[in-house]
Design a protein around this ligand. Structure first.
Ligand code: HEM
Ligand SMILES: *[C@@H]1O[C@H](CO)[C@@H](O)[C@H](O)[C@H]1NC(C)=O
Ligand SMILES: *[C@@H]1O[C@H](CO)[C@@H](O)[C@H](O)[C@H]1NC(C)=O
Ligand SMILES: *[C@@H]1O[C@H](CO)[C@@H](O)[C@H](O)[C@H]1NC(C)=O
Length: 208
């Protein structure tokens, strides 16, 4: 009987909300989930008419030197995951997928990440990785759909960096916090998206 209030509190803790977010250096705006306590953030920016689109700009980051992850399908299993962490002044990032709980393997497919240079940096408190996520909206159930109004996006973080942090395929320890948050795709729309997407350039140092 005494467990009920605790369960209710856990439910409340996962009822996270999204808000507008502007990256300080690139000026790109996002619909984002920002957790002030951990420093975790993940946001997306989409074209003014995103119906039927496959691409968006994403920003992911955190405080310190640990990893931040996002699930484009909400849950962890059989969804397209984005996983990133800082390595010195560089960012290491990859797509991942897992059929069962454990360090997710690198995922390959038609999806791509192309960094936006001035939205990708490490400063004295945080790291930030901003990139064009190409063909990141898939139709196989591994991601949200372009027609979703408020898709659930998963988040996962660990304040500790993976042991092999120079390698994009490094295995990671389990997250110390995770959950799902609804991001409004309408709030993610911006008329300048087509300009911002031209800022994305292949720079190999960002992705090992
Ligand atoms: C060794 C590595 C990992 C293990 C063992 C693991 C294990 C788990 C487990 C057991 C859960 C269910 C919730 C819980 O019992 O805590 C979960 C949820 C989740 N994990 Fe992982 N995970 C790992 C890595 C990752 C990574 C790298 C990502 C993202 C890139 C990720 C994203 C998520 C998400 C989004 C959820 C769902 C949260 C929710 O539905 O509320 N996980 N994970
Ligand atoms: C970010 O870089 C792009 C070109 O890559 C530039 O046009 C834009 O003005 C920069 N943003 C800021 C806020 O300086
Ligand atoms: C948005 O794009 C979709 C599909 O490309 C199209 O059917 C629709 O008419 C467009 N809406 C507007 C307001 O332009
Ligand atoms: C570092 O970057 C983050 C993300 O843009 C920003 O919130 C933070 O204020 C910056 N810290 C400093 C010391 O400039």
């Amino acid at each position: 009987m005494k467990l009920l209030p605790i369960l209710a509190a856990v439910g409340l803790a996962t009822a996270q909300t999204a808000a507008p977010y502007t990256d300080a250096k690139s000026g790109i705006t996002f619909s984002a989930y920002v957790d002030a306590t951990s420093g975790y953030f993940f946001g997306i920016s989409t074209p003014a008419n995103s119906t039927g689109g496959t691409d968006f700009i994403a920003t992911i980051g955190g405080k310190g030197t640990g990893y931040s992850g996002a699930s484009l399908g909400g849950g962890m299993l059989n969804k397209l995951l984005i996983l990133a962490w800082p390595n010195g002044q560089n960012i290491v990032s990859s797509f991942r997928k897992a059929a069962q709980y454990g360090s997710p393997a690198v995922a390959t497919g038609t999806f791509t990440q192309t960094p936006i240079a001035n939205g990708t940096y490490v400063n004295s408190t945080h790291w930030t990785y901003t990139f064009l996520c190409g063909k990141c909206i898939q139709t196989d159930g591994t991601t949200f759909k372009a027609t979703d109004a408020q898709p659930a996006i998963g988040f996962a973080l660990n304040a500790n960096a993976p042991a092999q942090k120079a390698s994009a395929s490094a295995s990671v320890s389990k997250h110390t916090a995770q959950g799902q948050v609804k991001l409004s795709l309408k709030a993610a729309q911006h008329k300048d998206f087509e300009v911002w997407r031209t800022w994305a350039k292949r720079e190999e140092t960002f992705i090992a």
